[in-house]
Design a protein around this ligand. Structure first.
Ligand code: PEP
Ligand code: MG
Length: 905
C-alpha cells in the first residue's frame, strides 16, 4: 500500500476529530493532500463531484484541497427557511483551516489570500443547471495581496470575474449589465478580446462592476470573505430549485428530494499567464467509443471560458485535432500531457468506465478538478461496454448493464443532428422515437398520393383511426394533437418504427382551411415540418438527420444479453414485413397479431363494411367468405416469416363502427357495393354508434354475438397453418381471445375454436394449436383462476388493463396526463410504464391465481409496456414467460430483461 493511501486512512480518522462529526452523521467532508473523509461510493451523500474529488484525493492524484457539504444539508437549508445551519458553518470553518494549512495561504488574508471555488454537485449529474462561484475571497483588501504575489493584471482580472459571478449568482444582478460595461471599456480602449485589456482597464472594469452591484442591490458589494462564503454556499443550495434545474429534473425523471451538495475548494489558476491552461478530456471518444484519448483546452484561461466558447479551444493531442491547426497540449506542454494521460488511464481503470476529466495547469503544474462517467452517444455506449470486456475491465454481465436500454431506441432510428439548433414550436408526447422530416399533409389519402409521387410527408391529424392506416404507412412521421401514449397513432407508428408525436395540445388543426397553427405560426399543406419522436418536439422546416450504424459491438452485446436473460421476448406484428423486422431484431415469436389491422387494406375494407352492415346471418356469412381467403394468405405469410416460432393471433377486437365509412364519398361507395342508397347506409351506421365504444360491443363480445366472424378467422388461421406446414415449415399457432371478463365467455369461445379446428384439421391434427386469452379487464385478472380452466396461456393487455383499472381513456389522457406528471401527481405515464402498485397488483393476483389453477399456464404481456425497460424488469420479477413489443423495441426488451436477470443475482 502506498504511503498516500495509508495517509488517506489516517486522514479520515483525524478528519472526524477535527471537522467534528455529530449525532446523525458528518455533514462536512474534507479532502486534500492524499486524505479524504469521503469516497466514490458516497454519491448520495456527497453528490457525484464531491464523491469523485474525495476518491481522486485518496488515489493520491493532484486535487486542490477542499471540503464537501453533504446533500442532507440542502434539505435542512430548505426547511430552515434558506439558512445554512450554524453547526455546518462551524464544521466548514474547521475544514477550511485544514485547506489553509495545505495551501499555505489564509482565506481573507490581505497579504496571501486563499481563494475558493464554490460549486454544486448532485447525486445525479445535471450539467450546468446549478450555480458556481469562482475566485471567492477577493475584496478591495485582498486583491492587493494577490496583485503583489501574482501580478496586477491577474489580480484585477480575477476580482472582476468574481464580482460578476457573485453579483449574478448570489445577488441577482443581471449579467448583461456586467457584459455591457465590459464591452464599453473594450470599445473605448480598442480591445477586441478581454485578453487585450491591461491591469488598469481591468481595475476600472472592476470598480464599475462594484458600482453596478451597489446600484442594483442598494448595498455595497460584500467585502468580508467569510460572509461571501456563507452567502455563496446558500446560493448554490438555492440553485437546486431554480427554474432550469427543476425543469431539467422533470425532463430526466430526477427526484426533487435528492438535493445538491456544495463543494468548496481551493482555487487553482489556469489563467495566471505562461504555462497555464484549462481543459476537458475524455478517456475515449464520446461520439464513437473509439479508444483514443480525446479533449481540448485553452491556454491562459479559467474553466468558464471553455464553457462560454469565447475562444477556439486547442486539441490536447493529434487524435483530437479534427481540422484544427492550433498547437496541441502534447506539443506545448509534453510533460503535463504525459502526466494527464497517465492519470486518465488510471482513472479509467479505477472506475472501469470512460471518464470525462476537467483539469487545470497552473504554472506548469497539473491539477484535476473533476472526473465523472463520461456522457456518450448510444453507439459509443455499446462500443465502450464491449471493449471494456475485451480489455478485461468488465465482466459480460457488467457490460450488459452499462447500456441504458432506452438509449437503444436512438441506435435503431435516424435521429436529428445534435449539432443543429432547434427552433421548437411545440411539444407533445414522445410516442415513437426517431426523427422525421417532410411536408405537412392533413389526410391519409393525400399522404398516400404525395408519397407515391416521391415526396416525404408528415401526417398531421387531430387523432388517427384505423382508417388512416395507409396514410401512416406512407408518411415519414405522424403528429396528432390529441391522444396518449397508447392511442391509435402511437401504437401503430411504434409498430411501424415511425417517429410519432401525439397529444400536442398546443397545436390547432383547421381541417377545412388545411392549416396547422402552432407556436405562433400558421403552416399549410406542403410546408416543411420536423418531428423528434424521442423528445416530442415539433419544429418548422427541414432539420438534418443522422443515421446511426449498428456495428458488430451491438450484435455481440445483445448476444451476451440473450444468454443472461430468462424472460423471452416476442414481437407485436400484423404483417409478414413487421414479423420479419421483429425476427431480425431478435424476437422469439409473435406475441400479438392484431387481425383487424389487416381489414383496412383498401381492397378489403368494402367487404369488411358489408360484413358489419349485414342485417342477416346469411348476408354476413357471404361477406365473410370474401375475407376468408385474404386473411388466410396474410396468416400464411406471417407463419412463413416466423418458421419454428410461436405466433399468437388475436381474433377481432375493436368495436365494429371503427371500420365504418366516415365521409359522404365512402358512404356512397359502400351504398353502391351493397346495392342500396346512402340514406340507408347512414341509418345503419348511426344505429351502430355506441356511447362508450371501449366498453361496448367489442372483443370477445363480438365473437359471442356474431360467432361466424370468429369461425371464419379460426378457419383462416388453421388453413394457413396447414398450408405452410405442408411446405415443411414449422408452425406454432396460438389463438387469443380478446377482452374476456368472465370465464363463461372464454369457455364458450374455446369450444368454438375447438369445433372449427376439428373441421379444418380433421381427427388427427398435426398442428399443435394452443388457445388462450388476453387479461385486459380487471374482472379477468381477479377471476384468473376460473378463466385459466379454459386457457393454455394468458397475455396481459396492459393498454386496456391500464385504461380500465385507472378509468383513464387511452385516447383522451393526453389532454391532462402531461400536467399530472409535470405537477408531480404521477411520476410516470401509466401507459408508458406499468403502474406497479395498481395495475401491477392486479397482474400479481392474476399470475398467482392463474398458475395455482394451472401450473403449465404460459404467461406473457403484449401491451405497449412490453418495450418499456422499467415494465420489462417488473415482468421479469413477476415471473412472466415473455413480453411482446413492437419490432423496433425488441432489442430494448432483450437488454432490459438481461439487466433484470443480472440484477437478481
Ligand atoms: C392491450 O389492450 O394491451 C392490447 C395489447 O390490445 P390493444 O392495444 O389492441 O387494445
Ligand atoms: Mg386491448
Amino acid at each position: 500500500m502506498s504511503a498516500r493511501a495509508r495517509g488517506g486512512r489516517r486522514g479520515s480518522r483525524q478528519g472526524r476529530g477535527r471537522t467534528g462529526g455529530r449525532a446523525g452523521g458528518r455533514r462536512v467532508f474534507f479532502f486534500g493532500d492524499g486524505r479524504a473523509d469521503g469516497r466514490a461510493s458516497q454519491r448520495d451523500t456527497l453528490g457525484g463531484k464531491g464523491a469523485n474529488l474525495a476518491e481522486m484525493t485518496r488515489l493520491g492524484l493532484p486535487v486542490p484541497p477542499g471540503f464537501t457539504i453533504a446533500t442532507a444539508v440542502a434539505k435542512a437549508f430548505a426547511e430552515g427557511g434558506g439558512r445554512v445551519p450554524a453547526g455546518v458553518l462551524r464544521e466548514a470553518r474547521a475544514a477550511l483551516a485544514r485547506v489553509e494549512r495545505i495551501m499555505g495561504a489564509r482565506f481573507g488574508d490581505p497579504e496571501h489570500p486563499l481563494l475558493l471555488s464554490v460549486r454544486s454537485g448532485s447525486p445525479v449529474s445535471m450539467p450546468g443547471m446549478m450555480d458556481t462561484v469562482l475566485n471567492l475571497g477577493l475584496s478591495d483588501q485582498t486583491v492587493a495581496g494577490l496583485a503583489e504575489r501574482a501580478g496586477e493584471r491577474f489580480a484585477w482580472d480575477s476580482y472582476r470575474r468574481f464580482v460578476q459571478m457573485f453579483g449574478d449568482v448570489v445577488l441577482g444582478v443581471p449579467h448583461e449589465r456586467f457584459e455591457a460595461c465590459l464591452e464599453s471599456v473594450r470599445d473605448e480602449v480598442g480591445a477586441s478580446e478581454d485578453t487585450q485589456l491591461g491591469a488598469g482597464d481591468l481595475r476600472r472594469v472592476t470598480r464599475e462592476y462594484l458600482e453596478i452591484v451597489r446600484a442594483h442591490t442598494g448595498a455595497a458589494f460584500p467585502q468580508d470573505p467569510p460572509e461571501q462564503l456563507e452567502r455563496a454556499i446558500a446560493a448554490v443550495f438555492r440553485s437546486w430549485n431554480n427554474e432550469r434545474a427543476v425543469r431539467y429534473r422533470r425532463l430526466h425523471g430526477i427526484s426533487d428530494s435528492l438535493g445538491t451538495a456544495v463543494n468548496v475548494q481551493a482555487m487553482v489558476f489556469g489563467n495566471m499567464g505562461e504555462g497555464c491552461a484549462t481543459g476537458v478530456a475524455f478517456t475515449r471518444d464520446p461520439n464513437t467509443g473509439d479508444k483514443r484519448f480525446y479533449g481540448e483546452y485553452l491556454e491562459n484561461a479559467q474553466g468558464e471560458d471553455v464553457v462560454a466558447g469565447i475562444r477556439t479551444p486547442q486539441p490536447i493531442n493529434e487524435a483530437s485535432r479534427s481540422g484544427s491547426s492550433l498547437p496541441s497540449l502534447e506539443q506545448q506542454m509534453p510533460a503535463v500531457y504525459r502526466k494527464l494521460l497517465r492519470i486518465a488511464k488510471r482513472l479509467e481503470r479505477h472506475y472501469r468506465d470512460m471518464q470525462d476529466i476537467e483539469f487545470t495547469v497552473q504554472q506548469g503544474r497539473l491539477w484535476l478538478l473533476q472526473t465523472r462517467t463520461g456522457k456518450r452517444t448510444p453507439t459509443a455506449a455499446v462500443r465502450i461496454a464491449v471493449d471494456l470486456v475485451k480489455e478485461r475491465m468488465l465482466r459480460r454481465e457488467q457490460a450488459v448493464c452499462r447500456v441504458d436500454p432506452a438509449q437503444l431506441d436512438r441506435l435503431l432510428h435516424p435521429t436529428l443532428d445534435p449539432n443543429v439548433r432547434r427552433d421548437v414550436l411545440a411539444r407533445g408526447l414522445p410516442a415513437s422515437p426517431g426523427a422525421a422530416v417532410g411536408a405537412i399533409v392533413f389526410s391519409a389519402d393525400v399522404a398516400e398520393a404525395r408519397a407515391k409521387a416521391g415526396e416525404k410527408v408528415i401526417l398531421v391529424r387531430a387523432e388517427t383511426s384505423p382508417d388512416d392506416i395507409h396514410g401512416l404507412h406512407a408518411a415519414e412521421g405522424v403528429l396528432t394533437t390529441r391522444g396518449g401514449m397508447t392511442s391509435h397513432a402511437a401504437v401503430v407508428a411504434r409498430g411501424m418504427g415511425k417517429p410519432c408525436v401525439v397529444g400536442c395540445g398546443a397545436a390547432r388543426i383547421d381541417e377545412a382551411a388545411r392549416t396547422l397553427r402552432v407556436g405562433g405560426r400558421e403552416l399549410g399543406e406542403g410546408d416543411a415540418l420536423t418531428l423528434d419522436g424521442t423528445t416530442g418536439e415539433v419544429m418548422a422546416g427541414r432539420l438534418p438527420t443522422v443515421t446511426p450504424e449498428l456495428g458488430g459491438a451491438f450484435t455481440e452485446l445483445m448476444g451476451w444479453a440473450d444468454r443472461l436473460r430468462r424472460l423471452r421476448v416476442r414481437t407485436n406484428a400484423d404483417t409478414p414485413h413487421d414479423a420479419r423486422v421483429g425476427r431480425e431484431f431478435g424476437a422469439e415469436g409473435i406475441g400479438l397479431c392484431r387481425t383487424e389491422h389487416m381489414f383496412f387494406e383498401p381492397a378489403r375494407v368494402i367487404a369488411v363494411r358489408e360484413m358489419i352492415l349485414a342485417t342477416t346471418r346469411e348476408e354476413r356469412v357471404r361477406a365473410l367468405a370474401k375475407l376468408e381467403p385474404v386473411q388466410q394468405s396474410d396468416f400464411a405469410g406471417i407463419f412463413r416469416a416466423m418458421d419454428g416460432l410461436p405466433v399468437t393471433v388475436r381474433l377481432l377486437d375493436p368495436p365494429l363502427h371503427e371500420f365504418l365509412p366516415q365521409n359522404d364519398d365512402e358512404i356512397r361507395e359502400l351504398a353502391e357495393a351493397l346495392d342500396t342508397g346512402p340514406a340507408e347506409v347512414r341509418a345503419r351506421v348511426d344505429a351502430l354508434r355506441e356511447f362508450n365504444p371501449m366498453l361496448g360491443h367489442r372483443g370477445c363480445r363480438l365473437g359471442i354475438t356474431f360467432p361466424e366472424i370468429y369461425e371464419m378467422q379460426v378457419r383462416a388461421i388453421l388453413r394457413a397453418a396447414r398450408e405452410v406446414a405442408g411446405e415443411g415449415i414449422r408452425v406454432e399457432p396460438e389463438i387469443m381471445i380478446p377482452l374476456v371478463a368472465h370465464e363463461s365467455e372464454l369457455a364458450r369461445l374455446r369450444a368454438l375454436v375447438t369445433r372449427e379446428a376439428a373441421r379444418v384439421l380433421g381427427d388427427r391434427p398435426n398442428i399443435g394449436l394452443r388457445v388462450g386469452t388476453m387479461i385486459e379487464v380487471p374482472r379477468a385478472a381477479l377471476t384468473a383462476g376460473a378463466i385459466a380452466a379454459s386457457a393454455d396461456f394468458f397475455s396481459f393487455g396492459t393498454n386496456d388493463l391500464t385504461q380500465m383499472t385507472y378509468a383513464l381513456s387511452r385516447d383522451d389522457a393526453g389532454r391532462f396526463l402531461p400536467e399530472y406528471i409535470e405537477m408531480g401527481i404521477l411520476e410516470d405515464d401509466p401507459f408508458v410504464s406499468i403502474d406497479e402498485s395498481g395495475i401491477g397488483e392486479l397482474m400479481r393476483i392474476a399470475v398467482q391465481r392463474g398458475r395455482a389453477a394451472r401450473a403449465d399456464l404460459t404467461l406473457g404481456l403484449c401491451g405497449e409496456h412490453g418495450g418499456d425497460p422499467k415494465s420489462v424488469r417488473f415482468c421479469h420479477a413477476l415471473g412472466l414467460d415473455y413480453v411482446s413489443c413492437s419490432p423496433y423495441r425488441v432489442p430494448i426488451a432483450r437488454l432490459a430483461a438481461a439487466q433484470a436477470a443480472v440484477g437478481e443475482r
